[in-house]
Ligand binder design. Structure first.
Ligand code: PLP
Ligand code: COI
Length: 340
């Protein structure tokens, strides 16, 4: 472990680690995994990733347990989602095995950046895939570059595990109903930047998007999925414009394990008034409880916590998920890969 890093002050910011992984797709096939110690890449200025958004990324984490072992959470799911995204924007698909091999390798090579158990921090793993053939007419690339870099991270929201306010800004959409919302492509995040900045300026931790067509149903937050809790039920949106979150999938399983009923369906905005708790979930966000949701254009507010204290169900989910990730509790669903 690196003694020079102040683990206690980590947030979610780029930090250069020792090594990253690269793998090229050329002449219709994937090459070998390459290790680099440079954080720069050299690509053609007419690359399709730069002009037509042929770019996809993933996000997953590695955790150091009390036993010193390093565990990666559900990496095959990230590999499969990258494949789905690749199909969604006509990119070459990286085999799942190759993705997992690259994750293992990059974590192992950067082992000293995996934070100590006591810090409560983790190693964020950021795979990305870009089209690198020069193309000026709109069309997919022939050649692709897959990369993974890593960095140690603390909480995504600066207050850590605390309930924070989110906002509905009706003049912005993140993704069209049949657009790229279910794929993890950079364009979705570009589309969320103005609304996100506006929300932050107004003191909110995130924007909660409604469905773009009817502005009637809850979709998701800028960087995370949404869930609501009531009557021992875990309720999360079904929508054609949200990212299928691996954390959300895991919470649905944990909710069932805890004897809750899981409902994945449309959530009309009015239903927000009936939830006992609400939260965001994602790799970076983990479980982030929502203090209140302000629909400012409609002058409505839904309040779940007045003092920032997370509700009991959000707390239970947060503790359970982290216990599995850090190896404090048995991995009964086989979600964790130990890096040897
Ligand atoms: N929704 C969006 C828009 C995201 O960027 C993320 C982050 O990856 C999520 C949801 C959560 O997905 P996951 O739990 O797979 O990290
Ligand atoms: C993640 O949770 O991994 C994300 O990608 C969210 C965000 C940093 C865009």
């Amino acid at each position: 472990m690196d003694k020079s890093i102040d683990w206690g002050s980590l947030s979610f910011k780029y930090m250069n680690a020792d090594y990253n992984i690269r793998c090229y797709y050329r002449d219709g096939k994937w090459g070998e995994l390459e290790v680099s110690s440079s954080d720069q890449i050299n690509i053609h200025m007419a690359s399709t990733c730069l002009h037509y958004g042929q770019e996809a990324f993933e996000g997953l984490k590695a955790f150091r347990g009390r036993d010193g072992k390093i565990r990666v959470f559900r990496m095959e799911e990230n590999a499969k989602r990258l494949q789905r995204t690749s199909d969604g924007i006509l990119m070459a698909k990286l085999p799942v095995d190759k993705f997992c091999e690259a994750v293992r390798k990059v974590v192992k090579l950067n082992e000293r950046f995996v934070p100590p158990y006591e810090s409560g921090c983790s190693l964020y793993i950021r795979p990305l895939l870009i089209g690198i053939s020069p193309r000026v007419g709109v069309g997919p690339s022939d050649e692709y570059l897959f990369m993974i870099f890593v960095m140690p991270v603390g909480p995504y929201f600066k207050d850590g595990f605390k309930a924070t306010p989110v906002v509905i800004l009706r003049q912005y959409d993140r993704a069209a109903p049949l657009g790229t919302g279910t794929f993890k492509v950079g364009g979705n995040y570009a589309a969320s930047l103005v609304a996100g900045a506006k929300g932050h300026e107004m003191g909110y931790s995130a924007v909660l998007y409604l469905d773009a067509k009817e502005k009637k149903y809850v979709d998701e937050c800028g960087p995370a999925n949404f869930f609501g809790i009531k009557d021992n039920k875990y309720i999360t949106p079904k929508s054609t414009s949200i990212l299928p979150s691996i954390t959300n999938m895991s919470l649905q399983q944990l909710a069932e394990d805890m004897g809750m009923t899981v409902e994945r369906r449309q959530i009309p905005e009015e239903e927000l008034a009936t939830f006992e708790e609400a939260g965001e979930c994602g790799t970076a966000a983990v479980v982030s409880p929502i203090a209140k949701i302000d629909d400012i254009d409609e002058n409505r507010s839904y309040v779940y916590s007045t003092d920032g204290v997370p509700g009991p169900v959000c707390t239970k989910f947060y503790n359970k998920l982290r216990a599995i990730q850090y190896g404090d509790e048995p991995d009964v669903h086989n979600w964790v890969t130990i890096i040897e």
